[in-house]
Write a protein that binds this ligand. Structure first.
Ligand code: HEC
Ligand code: HEC
Length: 370
């Protein structure tokens, strides 16, 4: 079960810098992102300021001020030089990195939803849908593989792929680097942080450094593991016992982040109606057909919909699947043997398990969930 000595989360206090970024992101998204404008998606508000969701109501009035401040106050000559992670944060929220300047990383990895999307498939430039569901990206710093099929081996290697991916940001990496070089403030920031002009390599390093700050370890579950017995409700405590015991979830979702960094097949590939071959795409080994990265379950309550294809809308749906997989997908190929028998969880037990999963939510995401 979870290791109590989990790497402490980066407290990431809201800084003036983040606030400015938030205002800029909001203005960018609100005015420049067609999906927001047409109401398909909530405007994203930066992680560090999400407790200020009430700002939504005063933001319209502040937008003009925001544009002015954001335009004139981020003056690298007068402010402290940014850290690598702060530069990465700015890039993460900047639609400059997409071909038509409409999409940033945060358009799909939305801060208040654990950096996941609320759509089954996200929408990239030119309204193209992504081929897979957008995963949350908290607690990735210790992971050895990225993407549902594990095709990237580091956050640095991962970071450039969405920029170039035609379904996502559609901007060849060389062009992205050129844009940054033509941009006065970015040229200066890269100089300050890397002592170099922007390159593909330091662009990926900055984005990865920001992503490594998204560690979370401040959930009711963490407090319970640290010795506070009343941090979990009795139902969530029963859910934890089911997770480890009767429901056997821990067989795959183990370790401090509930992933164990393995690839497993839970039966969501049948080659006909469910065609995503998962890990096979990366290895071309037919033994890997239908295997997917076991995702971390931290903050999972705020990252619906679920699975590589977003086929389950709620945690209840997910638990119902594991309870009787055959009643939902009867012809999954090479499904893990541990899922061969129904779990026989009754209604109360399913609720307990759900409450345990909800207790893995870091406090900073609470507002979004309730
Ligand atoms: C258009 C939506 C979209 C945009 C924009 C986008 N992503 Fe993603 N992201 C996805 C999807 C979909 C996946 C899963 C793809 C897969 O597994 O094949 C993903 C996967 C990831 C992962 C792997 C997570 C894991 O658990 O393995 C990371 C990290 C990530 N994205 C970071 C970024 C960064 C950094 C940017 C900006 C440079 C970005 N994304 C832009 C949709 C998006
Ligand atoms: C045999 C290994 C295995 C077992 C056992 C298992 N899981 Fe999973 N779990 C996975 C894999 C692999 C995925 C991703 C599958 C996919 O996308 O096709 C996943 C996905 C999930 C997701 C969706 C996460 C997301 O971000 O979309 C949740 C929630 C989840 N599992 C909870 C549970 C619970 C609760 C149990 C116990 C009832 C359990 N799992 C048992 C391997 C397993």
């Amino acid at each position: 079960m979870g290791n109590p000595a989990h790497v402490p989360g980066n407290a990431n206090p809201p800084s003036f810098y983040s606030l400015l970024t938030a205002i800029r992101t909001f203005t960018n998204q609100f005015f420049c992102n067609p999906h927001v404008a047409t109401g398909h998606r909530m405007p994203s508000i930066i992680f560090t300021t999400m407790k200020r969701r009430k700002m939504i109501f005063i933001l319209p009035g502040m937008l003009c001020a925001g544009i002015l401040i954001a335009g004139f106050s981020i003056n690298p000559r007068s402010a402290d030089p940014p850290t690598k992670a702060q530069l990465g944060e700015k890039l993460f929220f900047d639609p400059l990195l997409s071909k038509d300047r409409s999409i940033s990383c945060a358009s799909c990895h939305i801060p208040q939803y654990g950096f996941a999307d609320t759509l089954t498939f996200s929408i990239g430039i030119h309204h193209t849908a992504t081929k897979r569901n957008t995963p949350g990206i908290t607690n990735l710093s210790g992971r050895p593989n990225f993407f549902w099929d594990g095709r990237a081996a580091s956050l640095e290697e991962q970071a450039l792929q969405p920029i170039a991916n035609p379904d996502e940001m559609g901007l060849p990496v060389e062009e992205a680097v050129q844009r940054l070089n033509e941009h006065d403030s970015y040229r200066q920031y890269f100089q300050q942080v890397f002592n170099s002009a922007p390159t593909a390599k330091n662009l990926s390093q900055a984005l990865a450094a920001f992503e490594r700050t998204l560690e979370t370890a401040n959930s009711p579950y963490d407090r319970y593991i640290a010795g506070n017995d009343s941090a979990l409700t009795p139902s969530a405590i029963r859910g934890r016992m089911l997770f480890i015991g009767k429901a056997n979830c821990n067989n795959c979702h183990s370790g401090e982040d509930f992933t164990a960094d393995r690839f497993k097949n839970i039966g969501l590939y049948n080659g006909t109606t469910l065609k995503d071959a998962g890990r096979f795409d990366a290895t071309k080994d037919s033994a890997h057909l239908g295997f997917f990265k076991v995702p971390s379950l931290r903050n999972v309550a705020v990252t619906a919909p679920y699975m590589h294809n977003g086929m389950f809308k709620t945690l209840k749906d997910v638990i119902a699947y594991y309870n009787t997989p055959d009643s939902i997908v009867h012809d999954g190929i090479h499904r893990d043997l541990s899922l061969n028998k129904p779990l026989h969880l009754n209604k109360d037990e399913m609720t307990d398990l759900e409450n345990f999963l909800i207790a893995l939510t870091d406090d900073r995401f609470k507002v979004a969930h309730h």
